[in-house]
Design a protein. Sequence first.
Length: 94
Amino acid sequence: MIRTLKKFETNLAEITYMIECGWEVFEEEVDGVWRKLGLAAPARRALVNAKLLKLGDLKKISEKDFLALHGMGPSAAKIIKVEMRKKKLTFKKI
């Protein structure tokens, strides 16, 4: 019960913050890394919805799962893979 209440309080705080600051401000804070790379909105939403908020987070998932994200197109995937190579990051091995 306490965990459920804490989760509710966290979600309520996030919602309150979004209302006070405006969704655009909150959205930019969350997807700012992806926005700077020039990714289209569907790809940014796919990454944020999967809780992948920075390049380093992509180490948590396989390339197959990455490509299967709804909204992740070939153009966005290519941009991200190039950036990952620059930083010597790899997807999770299956």
